[in-house]
Ligand binder design. Structure first.
Ligand code: GLU
Length: 428
């Protein structure tokens, strides 16, 4: 099976396991297993050399029971229908877990953004937005940044959508620049949430935050913000990595210098006063915390056994396979799962959307306080359920998210149920 097929199968397997624990009725399960809507589009783009290239674009809306669907847009060579479908499903559970009035969605374009110019990226973004314009909107489906997309991408999407509507619609996407209706704290939201989860996990395991040895895979938006915040809290950042490779210094990496190095050279590789390591080696280091903040499928049955950290906080979506989950659970690793650990991003997205549709903007202090309350409050709910049921934190988080959607579906009932059912009882 291809990697993305596995990701989709895994999402379904996880759902089935939790549906069984929750004893969901078969008909509710069937309705929750598959996406509500999937759209595949061709995105023709004129490249800088004058030729036209057609990219494949996707938007999958997994669920809309609790409100409009919500989720990021990624630009990556691996994007395909299975990947975005799996990630859209995870978004549904994530939004429900965080008590947000959203269902889950995900989208993307299969491309290599590292090889594209800004102009090409802009043309691709505008054409992709146009191709999916009928199914997005502030009360339909609200995209946001994900892998290799950022506030500029969201500005282009918002502009394209608004021009076609004939008026400015800031609430159609989140993660926008501040000036265009973005929210204070959004760019940092995911990384900040990850940092809160490290702090909470350390508290539960009675570990001192000062000197806590942390290794981070991925220096994108999530990884770099978490690195900086944890360094400021006194943690010892022993290793970092990105696609170019990693750097390791058991005495601790000087993070301001690291950030300067990345700004200059674009990548971690070549960092002074650190040993070069591979992404694989990062997971086997002698440290207290690992934060996978890159892509899916990083901790698998081949390396889970070699993990020495006692805490894993998943900044990325789907970085751990189910086989690895079992190994880590047996090893008593405290693993904060993606749908909780990286939910700070969509949480501040929700704040941004609320501010946009009310045209009333909050202070950074307000946003950070609300984010912390939501993250820590949810962490405690998940921890309590996991202790009560004797399940890992991922299962507990999924139980809360999936259970909430299932309850909402039951309350809403099935459209046309009683009317079509001539032989059965009245509508229920
Ligand atoms: N892409 C982020 C995620 O996976 C954020 C989604 C959003 O803000 O809507 O959670």
């Amino acid at each position: 099976m291809e990697k993305n097929d596995i990701l989709f199968e895994t999402a379904l397997e996880q759902f089935d396991t939790v549906a069984e624990i929750l004893q969901l009725e078969d008909e509710i399960r069937e309705r929750m297993r598959f996406p509500k809507r999937s759209l595949i589009v061709s995105v023709p783009v004129r490249l800088d050399n004058g030729t036209v290239k057609v990219f494949r674009g996707y938007r999958v809306q997994h669920d809309i029971t609790l409100g409009p669907s919500k989720g990021g847009i990624r630009y990556h060579p691996n994007v395909d229908l299975n990947e975005v479908s799996a990630l859209a499903m995870l978004m549904t559970w994530k939004c429900a877990l965080m008590h947000m009035p959203y269902g889950g969605a995900k989208g993307g374009v299969q491309c290599n953004p590292e090889e594209m110019s800004q102009n090409e990226l802009e043309r691709m973004t505008r054409r992709y937005t146009t191709e999916i314009v009928q199914i997005i909107g502030p009360d339909r489906d609200i995209p946001a940044p994900d892998l290799y997309t950022n506030s500029q991408t969201m500005a282009w999407m918002m502009d394209t959508y608004s021009v076609q509507q004939g008026n400015t619609v800031p609430g159609v996407v989140t993660g926008k620049p501040l000036l265009l209706g973005g929210s204070l704290g959004r760019a940092e939201g995911t990384g900040r949430g990850v940092a809160y989860m490290v702090i909470e996990a350390a508290r539960v395991l009675y570990k001192e935050l000062r000197g806590l040895r942390v290794a981070i895979q991925g220096m994108g938006n999530v990884g770099s913000v978490a690195t900086r915040l944890l360094y400021d809290q006194g943690c010892n950042i022993v290793a970092v990595s990105d696609v170019s490779g990693g750097a390791y210094n058991p005495k601790g990496i000087l993070v301001p210098y690291l950030m300067h190095h990345i700004k200059e050279h674009k990548h971690v590789v070549g960092l002074r006063e650190a040993d070069a390591i591979t992404n694989e080696e990062l997971f086997e280091l002698d440290c207290d915390v690992i934060i996978p903040a890159a892509i899916e499928g990083q901790i698998t049955e081949t390396n889970a056994d070699k993990v020495r950290a006692k805490i894993i906080v998943e900044g990325a979506n789907g970085p751990t396979t189910p086989e690895a989950d079992k190994i880590l659970f047996d090893k008593k690793v405290f693993l904060v799962p993606d749908i909780l650990a990286n939910a700070g991003g969509v949480t501040v997205s929700y704040f941004e959307w609320v501010q946009d549709i009310q045209y009333y903007f909050w202070s950074e202090e307000d946003i950070q306080k609300k984010l912390k309350d939501v993250m820590v409050g949810t962490f405690n709910r998940v921890l309590a359920l996991s202790n009560k049921q004797g399940v890992d934190l991922r299962t507990a988080a999924l139980m809360l998210g999936i259970g909430r959607v299932a309850d909402a579906k039951k309350l809403r009932g099935l459209y046309l149920n009683g009317i079509m059912d001539f032989h059965g009882s009245a509508a229920q």
